[in-house]
Design a protein around this ligand. Structure first.
Ligand code: SF4
Length: 346
């Protein structure tokens, strides 16, 4: 994790780590909660602003620690209200976050890596390859940075880890960020309102799900056979469909909880009625809901969005087999902010 002249970035510490840090400065452990309130509750950027900390403590802090903050370098607004934020990182790398207005709240789509190694064929981020993992602070700071641009009464209550990168390939940092995101001492998001989307890194799915109530899970499915999926998502060669779905069957779910499966519909590739029938067969026995995402076209991609009739037909076949299925129309298409369109180049 990136440090500055031997000083620790407080937002890279777990909350237990923050306690240990405070104790190492010969302060009482409860000071960690005070610090966390300033960092996450009020988005403080400087120690001098932390007026309820004893002056001597405040003066000690900058010798050993610093506070990161991400200021959006650019914000693009779509006609549909979606906003895409570009953040420049300390080392000059760029990431994007997408803010989606819903009826009475906002959802923020976070990035977890710069680029991505998995190379899914329908995704612009995948074309870059992996440049580096994000630190926990860089994930948390996307939230703090976007929140600072909103009016105080705005409800930013939902998060999806579906931006640039595969969250489970940056597992330890994502776990630490999620702890801060969910903790009452941190950003206080409910586990019901945080969704992690994965291309299917099976061992990590199992580890994540062993921590019950941690976050909701979404699986990026996109195909109904191994051959088709391996062509679209090279990770399928390592973790094939059958193993992935077997892992999904083992996930302990609450009463009415379901696993979300995302299916990017691509014209002539995976949008036929046979594909839909096969999806209902491979998901049999899994408490699933399916988000159908008509392919969001972007420059340089050979793929096309399916015809509307094909999308509806696909959905009807899923519904007929009692799988809840929604069509997610791409938001922010005009600013390349929709699923699979993030490239870090506003
Ligand atoms: S879809 Fe997700 S996992 Fe696949 S290349 Fe894009 S960012 Fe990576």
């Amino acid at each position: 994790m990136r440090e500055r002249e031997g000083r620790v970035n407080l937002k890279n510490l777990s909350l237990e780590g923050l306690r240990e840090f405070v104790v190492s400065l010969e302060e009482k452990p409860f000071r960690a909660a005070q610090l966390a309130r300033w960092l996450y509750g009020r988005g403080a950027r400087q120690f001098e602003a932390m007026t309820d900390l004893a002056k001597a403590f405040r003066e000690k802090l900058p010798e050993r620690a610093w506070i990161s903050f991400l200021e959006p370098a650019e914000v693009q607004a779509s006609q549909d209200g979606t906003k895409k934020y570009l953040f420049l990182l300390d080392d000059g790398e760029r990431i994007e976050s997408v803010l989606l207005p819903e009826k009475d709240h906002y959802t923020l789509c976070l990035s977890t890596q710069v680029g991505c190694a998995l190379g899914c064929k329908f995704c612009l981020t995948g074309k870059q390859g992996l440049r580096r993992n994000l630190d926990p602070s860089e994930m948390v700071d996307q939230i703090v940075g976007v929140r600072a641009t909103l009016p105080p009464e705005s409800k930013l209550t939902n998060l999806v880890l579906m931006g640039m990168g595969e969250p489970l390939e940056n597992f330890q940092s994502v776990l630490r960020a999620l702890e801060i995101i969910r903790s009452p001492m941190g950003l206080q998001f409910s586990h019901r309102r945080v969704t992690l989307s994965t291309a299917g890194v099976i061992p990590r799915i199992e580890e994540l799900c062993s921590r019950r109530h941690f976050v909701k899970l979404a699986i990026s499915l996109n195909a109904s056979t191994d051959e088709q999926r391996s062509q679209l998502m090279p990770i399928n060669r390592k973790y094939p469909l059958e193993d992935l779905l077997a892992a999904c069957r083992r996930i302990p779910l609450d009463n009415r909880e379901k696993i979300t499966f995302e299916y990017v519909l691509i014209r002539g590739v995976n949008d036929s009625e046979e594909d839909a029938q096969r999806v209902t067969q491979i998901l049999r026995g899994i408490r699933a809901k399916i988000n159908l995402i008509p392919f969001n076209e972007h420059p340089g991609s050979p793929f096309q969005r399916p015809m509307d009739e094909a999308i509806q037909r696909f959905r009807e076949i899923l519904l007929a087999k009692r799988f809840p299925a929604m069509v997610r129309q791409g938001k922010g298409l005009d600013i390349l902010a929709a699923c699979g369109q993030l490239g870090g180049k506003v």
